[in-house]
Design a protein around this ligand. Structure first.
Ligand code: PLP
Length: 426
């Protein structure tokens, strides 16, 4: 039989994944690899910029693009130095390698952890006093940061988290915001730098509820912003009014609510971001991993006798492919029709994927999956392979969860005149 007739009706990769597969194989990348399509990343960034109304700034969400070169590339594409951080481990490397960054925390950091940053910060061009906005969600946390500033002799910029309907904490009443601002004013070590109100819930609302929820969250933001602007009439233009995230940034088509939107995931579009509000963004991140074994029949231990029957009733489970790794927060995407097998179970080592008899996959062929989210998944594969114009062109290291500067403190060296701690060892 000729190869052509043998392949007739078989389901393999389409042109896009066939080219990506060839590029990965050319580099010998036959292990689980996170791939970013740089052209698509650039397309998504241009799409995002095209939706922003004049004057709307954007802030890159670092947790969702957790790789320094990826962040630097995105900063260049968007022309912004505004970053939103969610992990103190990333602050050390950003302060060292992106000294021009303007940082806003997207969640409150325990004050004791913030203290560790100041203890271990080694100076340089980055100035934490003017370039970091710590997020404050309660009066208690404000007092903890005031104490931190006092004990370390620091000046801190504080941004207030407001609850505009997501109900994930933050200040929800204008009078509570006023009280916090008065407290900040009474402390010369603290400077108010703005508000952060995230509205992810709006994109999840069905039908007409969405419009209602958007209106309500916008009104709440406006009410809080009015309090802040009336409190600091001379500093109105310096303040950061941050809002939105990938699924909601397109709702912000004027500057009456926030004046900057935070965006990360939408630039690489993992599966959970396949929503109507990101319809014109394209998937730009994939997991590629090789097939290690092909079984012509899917056999489940203990019920081998049902093998033919299950394949008859569900043709998509006829063949089994064991892949290198697995059990990621991801769904198979190419060749189409692959699926995990709940009955057989998941495996992080050699996961079983099933496909129909027509699935064109042999040992050492690559399969592609789409991560459901970027923030946790990107950190699991080592360096990201960057795919551009049919080739793997670079590798981008991902952030370490705990940068060297933030490792557990070692005991300080003993003062020279103190007795040895273990005299017998001398
Ligand atoms: C405070 C805040 N802003 C913005 C975002 C949006 O991030 P992304 O664009 O990656 O969805 C998040 C996501 O968790 C967030 O917590």
């Amino acid at each position: 039989m000729s190869k052509k007739s043998k392949d007739a009706g078989r389901t393999g990769h389409d042109g896009y994944f066939a080219r990506m597969s060839a590029a990965l194989k050319e580099q010998g990348l036959l292990r689980p690899t996170l791939v970013i399509d740089e052209d698509r990343l650039e397309k998504n960034t241009a799409t995002m910029l095209s939706h922003l109304p004049p004057g709307m700034a954007c802030r890159i969400v670092v947790k969702s693009l957790p790789s320094l070169p990826l962040i630097q590339h995105t900063m260049k594409l968007t022309g912004t130095n505004h970053l939103m951080l969610f992990d103190l481990s990333f602050l050390g490397s950003v302060a060292r390698d992106v000294p021009e960054a303007d940082i806003l925390f997207g969640k409150p950091m325990p004050a004791a952890l913030a203290a560790r940053f100041y203890d271990e910060f080694q100076g340089g061009a980055f100035n934490p006093e003017s370039q970091v906005q710590w997020l404050i969600d309660t009066p208690q946390r404000l007092r903890e940061y005031a104490a931190l500033a006092e004990t370390r002799d620091l000046h801190l910029k504080v941004n207030i988290e407001i609850d505009i309907g997501l109900h994930r904490g933050g200040i929800s009443k204008p009078e509570d915001l006023s009280a916090l601002l008065n407290e900040i004013d009474a402390n010369p070590r603290l400077t108010f730098s703005g508000l952060m109100g995230y509205d992810a819930h709006v994109a999840k609302m069905p039908g007409i509820l969405r419009g209602h929820s958007l209106k309500k969250s916008r009104q709440l933001y406006q009410a809080m912003r009015a309090v802040a602007e009336q409190h600091y009439p001379d500093r109105k233009n310096e303040l950061t009014f941050n809002t939105a995230g990938s699924p909601t940034y397109q709702f912000h088509n004027d500057l009456t609510g926030g004046t900057e939107v935070a965006v990360g995931s939408g630039l690489v579009k993992p599966l959970d971001f396949d929503c109507d509000t990101l319809a014109d963004h394209v998937p730009a991140c994939f997991i590629a991993t090789p097939v290690l074994k092909v079984e012509q029949k899917t056999k489940i231990p203990g019920i081998e006798s049902l093998t033919g029957l299950t394949a008859f009733f569900n043709r998509k489970t006829a063949k089994a492919f064991f892949i290198y790794g697995g059990n990621w927060q991801a769904q198979p995407v190419s060749p189409s029709g692959l699926q995990t097998n709940k009955l057989y179970g998941r495996s992080s080592n050699e996961e079983m994927l099933n496909g129909s008899r027509k699935t064109a996959l042999e040992v050492d062929d690559l399969v592609f999956l789409r991560p459901t989210q970027s923030e946790a998944v990107f950190l699991q594969f080592g360096d990201i392979a960057v795919y551009k114009e049919g080739k793997i062109t670079q590798f981008w290291p991902v952030f370490q969860q705990d940068s060297p500067k933030l490792r557990p403190k070692t005991a300080p060296p003993a003062p020279p005149d103190s007795p040895p701690s273990n005299p017998k060892a001398q």
